[in-house]
Write a protein that binds this ligand. Structure first.
Ligand code: IMP
Ligand code: MG
Length: 175
């Protein structure tokens, strides 16, 4: 954790500027709608906290925890709900927020899960997108940055139990 020779992909300033842009777009898109921001834990807690402060329209905010069996670096394809949606989302325009879409299996699962509860609309917003890794066909509706097939950490993203608290995103493989 002391090694500061990190390959920083996205600095605090870059992330903050991009979230302001995305926040403006989401604000316009959800004016007059019934926005419910569903933040997926743990990975999106920092991103969601910054994002919602840049969304200038009424929004309910809730958290859901999923997990996939196996190693934390890669999903096994079996997603389970650890903590479910805490509110009745029937009639709401749900915006699912996550840290990253990798294989897409987690986001695809959550989109289908949310649809079961009668949401009026379901869209997705992620900090990062790794399109080259996709195993199921899903495109995030809002995405801050697309990246190559590299393992990244920081700004909520973890390796093992660590790095979530680092305020920028860096390439873990070249740390
Ligand atoms: P997916 O279901 O394969 O799309 O994976 C989604 C989850 O995998 C994310 O919410 C992350 O927890 C984890 N993940 C995927 N790629 C990375 C990465 O580069 N760094 C950290 N976590 C990642
Ligand atoms: Mg994770």
């Amino acid at each position: 954790m002391e090694d500061k020779n990190r390959n920083i992909l996205f600095s605090e300033e870059q992330i903050s500027a991009r979230i302001k842009e995305i926040g403006k777009v989401i604000t316009e898109d959800y004016k007059g709608k019934n926005l419910y921001v569903l933040s997926l834990l743990r990975g999106s807690f920092i991103f969601a906290a910054d994002l919602v402060r840049n969304i200038d329209t009424n929004a309910k905010i809730g958290f859901m925890t999923t997990s996939s069996y196996g190693h934390s670096e890669e999903t096994t394809g079996v997603v389970r709900v650890v903590n479910d949606i805490p509110d009745n989302i029937e009639g709401y325009d749900v915006l699912i927020v996550d840290d990253i879409v990798d294989s897409g299996i987690t986001m695809d699962f959550v989109v289908n899960h949310v649809k079961k509860f009668g949401a009026s609309s379901v869209k997705t917003c992620v900090l990062l997108d790794k399109p080259s890794r996709r195993k199921v066909s899903i495109e995030p509706n809002y995405c801050c940055f697309q990246i190559e097939d590299v393992f990244v950490v920081g700004y909520g993203l973890n390796y093992g139990d660590y790095y979530r608290n680092i305020p920028y995103v860096f390439n873990w493989e070249e740390k």
